[in-house]
Design a binder for this molecule. Structure first.
Ligand SMILES: *[C@@H]1O[C@H](CO)[C@@H](O)[C@H](O)[C@H]1NC(C)=O
Ligand SMILES: *[C@@H]1O[C@H](CO)[C@@H](O)[C@H](O)[C@H]1NC(C)=O
Length: 408
C-alpha cells in the first residue's frame, strides 16, 4: 500500500513536470493550453521514437495519430452540403451553403489547411468544422484543398497542387456548376496553409489570364519566411507551446527535404549571415527594424551573423525561394494583390512574419486589415470545439468570419 502511494505520487509529480511549462500571464486558458501542448509533445515523441527505430517516417506517424483522433466523412446537413471530389486530379472537399432565392450566386473561399506542410487534412475534424461554419455563416461555397503532404511530396509540389485545384475551380463552367459569383472569390489558409495561400495569391496575381479573379485573401497566422529565425516574435516565443522555434525550423527543413544537421545553425541565422551573398539582396525585404512598430520590437536586437555557413543555402536553396517565402517578394509582385486580412497572435513565433507582410503590402498599395490578438497562441483558430475548446478559438474565428462577411 505504502509503496503504491509513493509510486502514485511519483507518477503524478512526473506528469505535472511533463505538463507544466511556464507561460506568459497574458495567455488565455493556460492549463488547457499546457494539456494540449503535452498531448502534442507526447505524440511527437512517440513519432520520433518510431522514426529512430527505422519503422516509419516520424511525420507519417504523427499524421496517423492526428488522423486517428478524428477525421470526418463527407456528411451533409440541411444547411451545408459536403462532397469529396477532385479538381484536375487534386482532391478537394467542397462545402456548399444552402441556396437562397434572393441570392442565386454564392460567395466562395478556397481554403488551405495548416500543419507544417506535412500534417492534417481537409477531413480533420477541426478543419471540417471550420469550413462547415464558413459555408453556413457566409452562405458560401468553401473548397478545402487536400494538397499532398510531406513526406509524400516536397516543396514546391504543395504549391503546384493548390494552384492546379484553384485554376480548375476558377473556370467559368465550374463556377457556374457550383453557382459561384465569379466576382466574390477569396483565398484563405492558416499557418503553413496561410503560407500556401499567400504564394497562391502571388502566382494568380502574376497570371495575366486570371487577373481580378480573386477578391480577397485572408491569412491566419501565416508562415512567410525562413531567412530570419530571430524576429522579435521568434525570440520572444522560442519555447511557446504548439509551435516552439526549433519545431518550426524542422517543418521548414522537412518541407525542403533537407537535413536536420543544419537546424541549430539556422536558429542563430547562420544560413543568412552577411557573408552569404545570395541572401544579401533579400535582407531589406524582411528588415524588421524598419518594418515592425516599436511596440512589437521592444528591446529585441537583430541577430545578424558576420560569418555563418554558406553551405546551408547551397544545400537548401529553396530557403530563399519566393514561393516558399512570400514575404521576400519584390514590391512589383505585391502590387495589385487582392484586399488582405492577416490574423496574428501575440504568443506565436510567426507573429512578425504576418505583421511585416501587412506592412509591405500596405507600402505596395494593397488594402490590409491586421487583426492582432494579445492573449492568443499559434493554432487557436481551429480550437473551437470539444475536446479542444478554447474561448480564444471562438473569438478569433468570429473575427475572421466577420471580416470575410464584410469584405468578400
Ligand atoms: C534596416 O533598416 C534600418 C532602419 O531603417 C536601416 O538602418 C538598415 O540599414 C536596414 N538594413 C538593411 C539590410 O536594409
Ligand atoms: C555559426 O557559424 C559560425 C561561423 O562559421 C560558427 O562559429 C558557429 O559555431 C555557428 N553556430 C552554430 C550554432 O553552429
Amino acid at each position: 500500500m505504502k509503496s503504491s502511494c509513493v509510486l502514485l505520487t511519483a507518477l503524478v509529480a512526473l506528469a505535472a513536470y511533463y505538463v507544466y511549462i511556464p507561460l506568459p500571464s497574458s495567455v488565455s486558458d493556460p492549463w488547457k493550453l499546457r494539456l494540449l501542448d503535452a498531448a502534442f509533445r507526447s505524440a511527437q515523441q512517440v513519432s520520433n521514437l518510431i522514426h529512430y527505430l527505422g519503422l516509419s517516417h516520424h511525420l507519417l506517424v504523427l499524421n496517423f495519430i492526428i488522423d486517428s483522433l478524428g477525421k470526418k466523412s463527407a456528411w451533409s446537413s440541411a444547411q451545408v452540403k459536403v462532397t469529396d471530389t477532385d479538381f484536375d486530379g487534386v482532391e478537394v472537399r467542397v462545402f456548399e451553403g444552402s441556396p437562397k432565392p434572393e441570392e442565386p450566386l454564392k460567395r466562395s473561399v478556397l481554403y488551405i489547411h495548416g500543419g507544417g506542410w506535412a500534417l492534417a487534412s481537409a477531413k480533420t475534424k477541426n478543419y471540417d468544422e471550420l469550413c462547415t461554419t464558413l459555408a453556413e455563416e457566409l452562405n458560401a461555397v468553401i473548397v478545402s484543398i487536400e494538397y499532398r503532404l510531406v513526406p509524400k511530396v516536397y516543396f514546391p509540389e504543395q504549391i503546384h497542387d493548390v494552384v492546379r485545384a484553384t485554376k480548375y475551380f476558377l473556370q467559368p463552367e465550374v463556377l457556374h456548376k457550383y453557382s459561384v459569383d465569379p466576382g466574390r472569390i477569396g483565398i484563405s489558409g492558416d499557418s503553413a496553409g496561410g503560407n500556401l495561400a499567400a504564394a497562391l495569391s502571388q502566382q494568380l496575381n502574376q497570371d495575366t489570364n486570371l487577373k481580378n479573379k480573386v477578391k480577397v485573401q485572408a491569412l491566419i497566422y501565416p508562415v512567410l519566411q525562413a531567412l530570419d529565425f530571430n524576429t522579435p516574435s521568434y525570440q520572444q516565443n522560442a519555447n511557446t507551446p504548439i509551435l516552439p522555434r526549433y519545431v518550426m525550423v524542422k517543418y521548414w527543413v522537412d518541407y525542403f527535404k533537407g537535413n536536420y544537421d543544419f537546424v541549430q545553425e539556422m536558429i542563430v541565422n547562420n544560413h543568412t549571415s552577411l557573408d552569404v551573398e545570395e541572401a544579401a539582396a533579400l535582407r531589406a525585404h524582411l528588415n524588421w527594424t524598419s518594418l515592425l512598430p516599436a511596440s512589437i520590437k521592444k528591446n529585441y536586437k537583430p541577430v545578424v551573423q558576420t560569418t555563418g555557413n554558406a553551405r546551408i543555402i547551397q544545400k537548401i536553396p529553396q530557403l530563399l525561394d519566393v514561393r516558399s517565402a512570400p514575404l521576400i517578394a519584390d514590391q512589383e509582385v505585391l502590387r495589385g494583390l487582392p484586399k488582405t486580412y492577416i490574423l496574428t497572435c501575440e504568443h506565436d513565433v510567426v507573429r512578425d512574419d504576418g505583421i511585416m507582410y501587412a506592412k509591405r503590402l500596405e507600402k505596395a498599395g494593397v488594402e490590409v486589415t491586421l487583426d492582432h490578438f494579445e492573449s492568443c497562441f499559434h493554432g487557436c483558430v481551429i480550437f473551437a470545439s470539444w475536446p479542444t475548446y478554447f474561448s480564444v478559438g471562438i473569438q478569433t474565428q468570429n473575427s475572421y468570419i466577420k471580416w470575410l462577411n464584410q469584405n468578400l
